[in-house]
Design a protein. Structure first.
Length: 50
């Protein structure tokens, strides 16, 4: 299953969680990229810095 095939609810939940953690300053942008990279690598993807 490709990352793009994750169901919409799962994508929304991941986004909400990361935004909430960032707002309470528990995660910095670098930490978010690391976590997202761990998730997408399981599906053959890779996070790219833009």
């Amino acid at each position: 299953m490709a990352v793009s095939e994750l169901n919409e609810d799962t994508q929304d939940q991941i986004c909400d969680l990361l935004e909430n953690l960032q707002q309470i300053e528990k995660l910095k942008n670098k930490d978010i990229r690391i976590l997202l990279d761990k998730i997408v690598r399981k599906y053959g993807g890779k996070v790219v810095n833009k």
